[in-house]
Design a binder for this molecule. Structure first.
Ligand code: PLP
Length: 392
């Protein structure tokens, strides 16, 4: 978790070492395009001196629910808290099991463990980096309460299969949509398909605030009501503790800024998809398409490319080569969660999830942010081509 936090700082500040000026994620470029709107929104909140929940948050919740296609949206402190709150709302208890992927950000499985439940890992598909829906049923036991798919890098997991299994076995589905706001499975927005959807407004996500923030979506009015109570210490009315809750609220400042950005989100997703298409064309031109496996996506609006992740043989050497030429890249993720010390108590070992382990050795994320200049993309691909030409 610390990695992602420090990464975000580095990414928005640092340009390539060799002075190419290429940036992995240029948040300043986005800020420049909406500066006045954001400053007006922040000023509005400062003038109001209303900082926590309140009308700005309610407006964002309405607008974001509509955007996602869910009936209800409940703002909260972070994407990690969204995952926790979703499980609290469902009444997940110690010894319950929740099935999820080991190839994800730590908060996915961390939230399950934090609740006291047991994360049960299922390997990923090698063609999408997402949980392998064909292996889920084999992991279901009498203690299983929910499936928590992650729409990794902005690409939806196979929700048809997951929803069908959930119905058959009476399980809840908690979508970890932290990286995927706006992504569609068939015609429906992620976060509106499962029992609950969890989103993050961390600055490097596609809809990023000026700090931490998150949201849970649902079509279930009772769950929505519980979530609203759980995020404010378990109180419907002040000082009357109906449930054991936590303090996890969205700030009015974040909500006001996010409302501005939400209006641009479709356009930014289109630009990310255009950049992905450009990479594809450039890879083809350099005859790299065979060498670099790319995630498979069947729906044109199915992928919002929070990350553009390729699979590359000799990934670490490639990354060092790029770095030496001033080309930034990132590794999401360098390890599969089942091999991390925090999850050792689950008793998994090397070889248990071969696709996740291979992905942690091969995945490399390239710059994909909406404003990324074409010439930067050309330089990235030229440098990759040079690496593989020079090495057999
Ligand atoms: C970012 C992220 C989270 C956590 O969100 P925060 O807002 O940083 O707490 C959870 N799951 C995934 C897959 C993420 O990428």
């Amino acid at each position: 978790m610390i990695t992602d936090m420090s990464t975000q700082r580095d990414l928005s500040a640092s340009t390539g070492a060799a002075g190419t000026g290429i940036v992995f994620l240029d948040l300043k470029a986005q800020f420049a395009t909406i500066r006045e709107e954001l400053i007006a929104a922040a000023t509005r909140v400062l003038e109001s001196q209303h900082f926590i929940l309140g009308p700005e948050v309610e407006a964002l919740e309405r607008e974001a629910a509509q955007y996602v296609g869910a009936k209800f949206s409940i703002g909260c402190g972070s994407g990690s808290d969204a995952l926790l709150l979703a499980q609290m709302a469902l009444g997940i208890e110690p010894n319950d099991e929740i099935i999820t992927t080991p190839f994800t950000f730590g908060a996915t499985a961390g939230s399950i463990a934090r609740i006291g439940a047991r994360p049960v890992f299922v390997d990923i598909r090698s063609d999408t980096f997402n949980i392998d829906e064909r292996q889920i049923e084999g992991a279901i036991t009498s203690r299983t309460r929910a499936i928590m798919p992650v729409h990794l890098f902005g690409l939806p997991a196979n929700m048809d299969a997951i929803l069908k299994l959930a119905e058959k076995h009476h399980l809840a589905v908690i979508e970890d949509a932290a990286q995927a706001i706006g992504a569609r499975w068939e015609q429906r927005g992620v976060g509106s398909l499962g029992t609950l959807g969890c989103f993050s407004f961390f600055p490097s996500k596609n809809l990023g605030g000026a700090g931490d923030g998150g949201m849970v979506t649902t079509n279930d009015g009772q769950l929505a009501e519980r979530l609203r109570i759980l995020r404010v210490h378990g109180c419907r009315e002040k000082y009357h503790y109906e449930l054991l809750g936590i303090n996890s609220r969205l700030d009015a400042l974040q909500a006001a800024l996010l409302r501005v950005k939400l209006r641009h989100l479709d356009e930014w997703a289109d630009q990310r998809r255009r950049n992905a298409l450009r990479y594809r064309e450039l890879f083809a031109k350099h005859e790299l398409a065979q060498r670099l496996a790319l995630p498979y996506c069947s729906h044109p609006k199915g992928h919002v490319y929070n990350q553009y992740s390729i699979r590359a043989l000799r990934r670490n050497e490639l990354r060092a080569h790029l770095q030496a030429q001033g080309i930034p890249s990132e590794v999401y993720y360098p390890s599969s969660l089942h091999l991390e010390p925090a999850f050792a108590y689950l008793g998994y070992g090397a070889g248990d999830f071969p696709n996740a382990e291979a992905a942690s050795q091969e995945a490399l994320s390239l710059p994909i942010y909406p404003e990324l200049p074409l010439k930067d993309q050309c330089a990235v691909v030229a440098s990759i081509a040079q690496f593989y030409r020079g090495n057999h």
